[in-house]
Design a protein around this ligand. Structure first.
Ligand code: AMP
Length: 113
């Protein structure tokens, strides 16, 4: 757990959130400022600040993140949805603990803004 990391604290239950999924490796919760009817953030409990900080030893962890997204999409009755992961401030990353956005329940355009 990294000091002063918002998502480490949320995953540890030190800061409240609306839990959607939890296991020993991952935690998922509803985005506080949703951009779609369903907007869930999925985080590994392991602190990785940016996706570019991941190393080959994280391959299973990162693959698992996608499978958890599938599980939550099914739980939320979503067949069509968007998964997004921002890396760096110019790409829209505002919290430096990797998180997968799972968004659904409306139509999306491409490319995103
Ligand atoms: P990103 O901009 O990709 O780093 O995404 C960060 C997301 O975290 C944004 O969509 C925020 O709305 C969301 N967020 C920030 N603080 C909280 C919080 N305390 N609980 C839930 N979601 C949050």
């Amino acid at each position: 757990m990294a000091e002063n990391c918002l998502f480490c604290k949320i995953a540890a239950g030190e800061i409240p959130s609306t839990q959607v999924y939890s296991d020993d490796t991952y935690y998922a919760f509803r985005d506080i400022n949703p951009g779609a009817p369903t907007h869930v953030l999925i985080v590994p409990r392991k602190h990785i600040a940016r996706i570019t900080d991941a190393d080959p030893g994280d391959a299973e962890l990162l693959g698992g993140l996608m499978l958890i997204a599938n599980k939550i999409a099914a739980q939320e009755h979503l067949t069509d949805f968007r998964l997004a992961l921002n890396c760096g401030p110019h790409a829209g990353q505002s919290v430096f603990h990797i998180h997968l956005h799972l968004m659904g329940g409306r139509d999306f355009s491409w490319p995103p803004g």
